[in-house]
Design a protein around this ligand. Structure first.
Ligand code: PLP
Length: 403
């Protein structure tokens, strides 16, 4: 049968990071030796006390449906986290729990967007924002940022992109894919622009809050602009901080009216997030946070290794991230290069495929993040693996005849 798919789906593409990860898995399955730096996933294990809390929850019989948008217990743990880490006060009614931050973001956009509503997204962006906006029949308004300005949106750029149809501004700091981190005063400057535009809501995606380098401090919009709190949704989750990508728990905090509508969407699309994962997330948020400093130091060493190695290669320039675990690499110098087999590489996607086929290293091309020509390398791998990956990339790049 020839299935005809929805118009909504016609605009949406599958996540390119998943596409590259799949290509790497397929090559591996055929016996090739592939290092994948494509996935946005910590290589550390979920800490043992968190796993134990999950087992204990099963033993207690916490295996049934919970409240659709999360247990009261987990909402209280989230409220406590916001107080402890960000100085923000939320009641349980202002908090929603979803199956990952991705679900909370999708819920919020689906709950608020009408056809033609605009969502401002600074590029390079996390791959899913524009596609979720499109699924909600909204219009992604992409604002280019440059390495020279630290890949951060300037207030003038924001002002120029506002229209009466603007519904949301999405901010992500530390950023996936660049690792750019907005300071509190930079957020304040953006907030000052938005004060005069009360129809614009702000989605602050704080997923990489705890992964910061060189003593950088974390700031979020609700701290920087408390007077805008009735139009800020702060998103976070346990995936990246606590190495819990597979457990699927994310959360959001914001105005009660929005949280209630998010619940309506979630109740019809999926129901409650996994009960056992919710119990584990309570332990993650309330247990010892000491290991975070150890992880942060490990990520910083890895960052230093990768940035230095890439910047030694002809044709590549690596931005130095201040947070998250991605190296964002300008590969303009390799566009038009010729492979040893005589193939010309016209785009960053071709360069990424060349590195996979020739070097056995999977990375994601910048077009996926709305910024070409570039590449994203996740440095959530051991130093040994990163050494080997950089050596392979270096060898593959050295084999090219540069334009
Ligand atoms: N936001 C950003 C910037 C991300 O990089 C990710 C995951 O890659 C998410 C949100 C969603 O994470 P999760 O759904 O695992 O909580």
């Amino acid at each position: 049968m020839n299935i005809s798919f929805s118009d909504r789906l016609a605009k949406v593409k599958p996540s390119p990071t998943l596409v590259m990860t799949k290509a790497a898995i397929e090559l591996k399955a055929c016996g090739h030796d592939v290092i994948s730096l494509a996935a946005g996933e910590p290589d550390f294990d979920t800490p043992e006390p968190i796993c134990r809390a999950a087992c204990e929850a099963i033993a207690r019989g916490e295996t049934r449906y919970t409240s659709v948008d999360g247990t009261h217990r987990l909402k209280c743990a989230v409220a406590h986290k916001f107080k402890r880490d960000n100085g923000l006060s939320f009641s349980a009614e202002q908090i929603t729990i979803g199956a990952g931050g991705k679900q909370v973001i999708a819920n919020a956009l689906l709950a608020t967007l009408s056809a033609g509503d605009e969502v401002i997204i600074p590029a390079p962006y996390w791959v899913s924002y524009p596609d979720i906006v499109l699924m909600g029949e909204g219009v992604p308004v992409i604002i280019e940022t440059k390495a020279e300005s630290g890949f951060k949106m300037r207030p003038a750029d924001l002002l120029a992109s506002l229209t009466p149809r603007t519904k949301w501004l999405i901010l992500n700091s530390p950023s996936n894919p660049t690792g750019a981190v907005y300071s509190r005063s930079e957020l304040r400057d953006l907030a000052d622009v938005l004060i005069a535009h009360p129809h614009v809501m702000i989605l602050s995606d704080d997923m990489y809050e705890t992964i910061l380098f060189d003593g950088a401090t974390f700031a979020t919009m609700a701290q920087a602009a408390p007077e805008l709190s009735d139009r800020i949704l702060t998103i976070n989750g346990v995936s990246k901080t606590y190495n819990m990508t597979g457990w699927r728990i994310g959360y959001g905090a914001g105005p009660v009216s929005l949280i209630e509508k998010i619940l309506v969407i979630q109740s019809q699309l999926s129901g409650n997030p996994c009960s056992v994962s919710q119990a584990a997330a309570v332990e993650a948020l309330e247990g010892s946070q000491d290991f975070l400093a150890v992880q942060r130091a490990a990520y910083q060493e890895r960052r230093d290794l990768v940035v230095a190695a890439i910047n030694r290669m002809d044709g590549l320039v690596c931005f130095k991230p201040q947070g998250a675990f991605y190296a964002f690499v300008d590969c303009a110098g390799l566009i038009g290069a010729q492979t040893p087999e005589g193939r010309i590489l016209p785009s960053d996607e071709d360069i990424a495929l060349y590195l996979l086929e020739k070097g056995g290293v999977a990375v994601v091309h910048g077009a996926a993040f709305g910024c070409s020509p570039s590449l994203r390398l996740a440095f959530a791998a051991s130093k040994e693996v990163l050494h080997e990956a950089c050596a392979r990339i270096g060898k593959a790049v050295a084999a090219l005849r540069l334009p």
